[in-house]
Write a protein that binds this ligand. Structure first.
Ligand SMILES: [Fe+2]
Length: 258
């Protein structure tokens, strides 16, 4: 499948492919069903309960999430292969048991093409041996009855080496670079961009893409996004240009950006 792939990098570092998007039906249903469960159920899956990397639930308004601010307008659930599937709520089990493994195979193949495209193929072995995958499943509810203004998700760069959107994307994502910004728009092909780890591993030759989700122009409309990240396993010791660091220390370095 990946033999015919074409990749194009734009001036922001966003990589557009010609790969048709995968279906998000299963994962979207899992996320919606989970968010509608009782608070007593949801709270047992908070990040402080799962305790590994960024895995777990962050709710709209939460003060102590690792991956969103209290004023961001979403619920998110991070699933990964850093924990056994049974650690996650049952709503996600069908996806994890049936779709996770083929997705990871696809992402691993795509990552190798991305490494070649960015001329950093020498990092392939280091990444293969030390990286896992996580998926940030994001649900931005309709805002019809609230007067919430401003960005739906604040400007940030990702913790990933590469972030991939295998399901494409609804409108709202904006990229930023050198004071310029550009709407990504609706994406009907798989696309990707570099995260902070790519920047650190290449000593800034590749820049992490800064991005945010803009204020909704259609507040009655809910929004979903599913971003897949390659990230170091917590215990893996990685050869960064400035010395060895394990996954957990890398997460700390990343979180100190905020
Ligand atoms: Fe992001």
């Amino acid at each position: 499948m990946l033999d015919q792939v074409k990749l194009e990098i734009d001036e922001y570092g966003l990589v557009r492919t010609n790969i048709p998007v995968f279906s998000d039906i299963e994962l979207r249903a899992a996320l919606v069903t989970f968010v509608k469960r009782t608070w007593d159920y949801r709270k047992t899956y908070l990040q402080k309960e799962l305790k590994v990397a960024f895995d777990g639930y962050s709710y709209l308004g939460q003060e102590d999430s690792l991956n969103q601010y209290s004023f961001d307008q979403l619920h998110s659930f991070v699933i990964s292969d850093l924990l056994p599937y049974s650690s996650f709520p049952k709503e996600f089990h069908t996806f994890l048991l049936q779709e996770w493994e083929p997705m990871v195979q696809f992402l691993t193949g795509l990552q190798e093409l991305l490494l070649r495209k960015f001329n950093i193929e020498h990092l392939k072995g280091e990444l293969r041996n030390n990286m896992g995958y996580m998926a940030s499943c994001n649900y931005y509810p309709s805002l019809s009855d609230k007067k919430i203004k401003g960005q739906r998700l604040s400007t940030h760069r990702d913790v990933s080496f590469f972030t991939v959107f295998p399901f494409g994307l609804d409108r709202g994502l904006v990229m930023q670079k050198d004071g310029q910004k550009q709407n990504v728009g609706v994406m009907e092909r798989v696309f990707a961009f570099p995260g902070y780890m790519a920047e650190v591993m290449t000593e800034g030759k590749i820049k992490a893409l800064d991005h945010y989700v803009e204020e909704s122009k259609r507040p009655n409309k809910e929004r979903f996004s599913f971003a897949f990240f390659s990230i170091p396993r917590p215990e893996a010791v990685i050869n960064f240009p400035k010395g060895e660091m394990d996954g957990k220390d890398y997460y700390k370095q990343y979180l100190s950006l905020f």
